[in-house]
Design a binder for this molecule. Structure first.
Ligand code: NAD
Length: 316
């Protein structure tokens, strides 16, 4: 029995390798196994990262592996799948990626893996639910990246707008990682001051229209980046590292990961991005916010879309 922290990454594409690169630079685990359907690619990526080890503060063991390597892993990170094309909705990727996931989740569970799944593949909320369905794991051990990246984008943009360190901006993007996501402004704080109070006391400088513009910018960020450089990967790679670090260090961090609702906000079974406490057991619990009626409607709209899309797959 060792305390060695082992992570298996399935999917050595741009997102997977951005995660791996940031994981190496942040030294977040002791062993990193890379699996890809393209075995040569996985080998090449492992070699490339290993050649950077001498310049890092890490002694990480990095190698290309296969599904039996998942047996004693703490976390299996899935970033495999087909990428979102320009103009393609995340939900349209669904059917293609559901098949990819069958070929991944089954051999992972067969290996005897008893850790935590972290899913990044889009549409991430549904892919997370598919992983839960296929693995039969307890919901607390199946996590999606959810709206963690969107939340980071929101905090960055609010930091710029209010001229405040994003780390002191406490605001969340909730719901589907996609078109129906929303920002519950009633819950947004600058340090301990509600953003809505900041607006009412500084009406000459700040206004709701600007906040809605920021919210739209967050929603359209992926599309904008894809138009400019074909894909997004650094931000999501760092979000994945953040979640993995929270799990491995039992940080009990509040992150807007995708997790299953069990009665919170009056919903059961939907996997969706909401603030949750993340630690060694995966999602330890959901932090239920006091949403306004309108915000609650937005969350339900997102959940309805996700439930419908999941059901349309008729998974057995
Ligand atoms: P990519 O095409 O660069 O990489 C995908 C990798 O998956 C490839 O290396 C491919 O060989 C591998 N793969 C495909 N089928 C496989 C299988 N059956 N088994 C093992 N490996 C397989 O794509 P990318 O840019 O890395 O994006 C990966 C996913 O991440 C996409 O679904 C993308 O939409 C998603 N993404 C999510 C977020 C988020 O916020 N959650 C952000 C950006 C991208």
């Amino acid at each position: 029995m060792t305390n060695s922290k082992k992570v298996v990454l399935v999917g050595a594409g741009m997102v997977g390798m951005s995660f791996a690169y940031s994981a190496l630079n942040q030294n977040i685990c002791d062993e990193l196994v890379i699996i890809d359907i393209d075995k040569e690619r996985a080998k090449g990526e492992a070699m490339d990262l290993n050649h950077g080890l001498a310049f890092s503060h890490s002694n990480m063991r990095i190698y290309a592996g296969d599904y039996p390597d998942c047996e004693d892993a703490d976390i299996v990170v899935i970033a495999a799948g087909v990428n979102q094309k320009e103009g393609e909705s995340r939900l349209r990727l669904l059917t293609r990626n559901a098949e990819v996931f069958r070929s991944i989740v089954e051999p992972v569970t067969k290996s005897g893996f008893k850790g935590i799944f972290l899913v990044a593949t889009n549409p991430v909320d549904i892919m997370t639910r598919i992983t839960h369905h296929l693995s039969g794991f307890p919901a607390s051990r199946v996590i999606g990246t959810g709206t963690t990246l969107d939340t980071a984008r929101l905090r960055y943009l609010l930091g710029e707008y209010f001229h405040i360190d994003p780390k002191n901006v406490h605001a969340y993007v909730m719901g589907e990682h996609g078109d129906s996501e929303f920002t519950p402004w009633s819950q947004a704080l600058l340090a301990t001051k509600p953003v809505l109070n900041v607006l009412s006391t500084n009406a000459e400088r700040f206004n709701m229209e600007d906040l809605e513009r920021i919210s739209d910018e967050v929603r359209c960020a992926a599309e904008k980046i894809i138009r400019a450089k074909r894909a997004t990967y650094y931000g999501i790679g760092m979000a994945m590292s953040r979640i993995v670090r929270a799990i491995l260090s039992d940080a009990q961090s509040v992150l807007t990961v995708c997790s299953r609702l069990s009665g919170e906000y009056g919903r059961y079974g939907t996997f969706v991005g909401t603030p949750s406490i993340v630690g060694r057991n995966g999602v330890e619990r959901t932090v239920e916010l006091s949403l306004t009626e309108e915000e609650m409607e937005s969350l339900h709209k997102s959940c309805d879309i996700l439930d419908e899309n999941f059901k349309s797959l008729n998974l057995v």
